[in-house]
Design a protein around this ligand. Sequence first.
Ligand code: NAD
Length: 641
Amino acid sequence: MKDIKIKVTGTTGRITLDRPDALNAVTYQMCLAIETALDTWREDTGVSQVVLDGAGERAFCSGGDIAELYAAGLRWDFGFGQRFWADEYRLNAKIFAYPKPIISFLQGFTMGGGVGIGCHGSHRIVGESSKIAMPECGIGLVPDVGGSLMLALAPGRLGEYLALTAARMSAGDAILAGFADLFIPQAHWPDLIRRLENGETPECLQAASAPAPAEGLAGLQPLIDSHFGGETLGDIQNSLQRDHSDFAKQATKSLRRNSPLSMACAVEIIHRLRGPSASIEKALDLEYRFTSRAMEHGDFIEGIRAAIIDKDRKPNWQYANRNVPAIAVSKMLMPLGENTLKLEETRMSAIKVGFIGLGNMGAPMAANLARAGCIVSGFDTALTSPEGVTIVSDPAAAAQNADVVITMLPNGAILKQVAACVLPTMPKGALLLDCSTVDVESARDVAAQAEDAGILFVDAPVSGGIGGAAAGSLTFMAGGSDTAFAKAKPMFDIMGQKSVHCGASGAGQAAKICNNMILGATMVATCEAFALADKLGLDRQKMFDVVSTSSGSSWSMNTYCPAPGIGPETPADNEYTPGFASELMVKDLGLSQQAAAAVDADTPMGALALALYTRFVEEEEGLGKDFSAMLPRFVARSRPS
Ligand code: NAD
């Protein structure tokens, strides 16, 4: 796999983080790959120990790939971050409790997520260039990945000091604070790794170690303990402000850079952990309470914006006066109820999925399932083959022995054909999960056929487009029994960020039809407004800047902007290659009007959007173009006389 090298030499498993240009920052996929390797080696008697190292000289690992999280947060996809953190924390707990020696070599920067990978193993080696830090409060998070446990266990009030100032620990400091075990001059590291790979045990490390150069933290301990011993962030700030020493001035300056809410919560987490009941599970649970709320209610998005997106280093923090009320801390650290962090195995490796219809949407959805560990067999008449999916020769072969068959097809007639073919081959009690957008009647027909065959059925059309399909952040609107929905839920959690159980069979399609009627009408309105803006001489970017944050905003404007070069990347930037094809919008609007006629509902906007899209596809070269290509269509036209 790109970005990480995993191999076994002799009886030593070796995992090398291999993104030196990004200071080996860990992505979601890298976390999953490390976890898979450790799971495999745990039971493998041929592997006796694990070496963890990083490529390049500048860093073992500078943290988690926060740009990935930021992009999801901007889409209001909080589920991606929650899933990333939950899976990352499960990996941290596994490293902490791993039954075999894990030897990590921590050159250069080891920060944040890097600490979670490099500092929980049994033998943590530091050298001359090591710089270890927990700088999360600077981006609106709290020290996490189990780092809060080490901070709580550090001598005196070092924990609070390191969390609040993000001070970089040298090798000696890291050993003092409990983040590392042995100082070994880095010139010896390649030879030591070779010896470990040739079968020597970690005993060889002790012999190569040397006293760490004397460093600053030990000398500062009395000052740190006197200033950082308060109950709350406020106490700590007050204590520092009363002191005019260089230490106090420097520490105050560091605190000014960070999110007050994050710092107040970090102090509270460390205090709750300190004491005999401290454990990695408790630390990760408290950290997750904060991080799972950080995008929506904390300062995380603003912190990343200021640090790595706009790089203005001027974050607009909440509680900028640095008086954080106790209630704000309590709210961030309240128990999460049913969303509590679960460290037990939640991976999908045992689930067999048949996936039929691997087009614009189906292909990335199937690839996400495969990436999460499901065994996916796929079939598409167009013979597409997404990464990780085993392609078979017909739908029945994909369905044989499958726990779940997922369909992502163009329409109800094709769904019925495919269902007739797969239902007889599916094992009893398996689930047929249709994610296509089809008419309510077809969904109910297939539900009835499935029931006759002893198969569970859920109609679960999606919203979120190809971007959401690729990012695993779709919204599913589901219809079916409680049992069928429960069986579908783990699939929804991989492919999406949200699933709503809308009711009995057909209810998912009803929700989808209403949603897409709104989408068709708002896209038409957005496109005609851009065309009008052009003719009024209003710059498109200015129009976007205003509308995307004003009452005219919508998904069509903010996330799927029809104007090329404006807003996030969309099909408009790719000459309107779908995306979501105009003919599919005609289909969905047609379904809405068919449904409206059946129940006698008055839907004039939906009817007008259908008429416009039908003309676009049939008479105005819209066929095969993304549905946002309505914009050039409006631009090219004059007002009808
Ligand atoms: P698509 O045309 O890209 O994919 C459909 C795939 O089904 C194609 O690859 C086609 O070859 C395959 N197919 C057709 N008949 C088949 C058969 N008998 N057996 C196996 N494969 C068959 O369409 P898409 O954009 O992926 O959309 C799929 C569904 O998702 C549609 O119902 C659509 O309305 C819905 N949807 C699409 C989007 C979007 O943004 N594209 C968003 C939400 C919902």
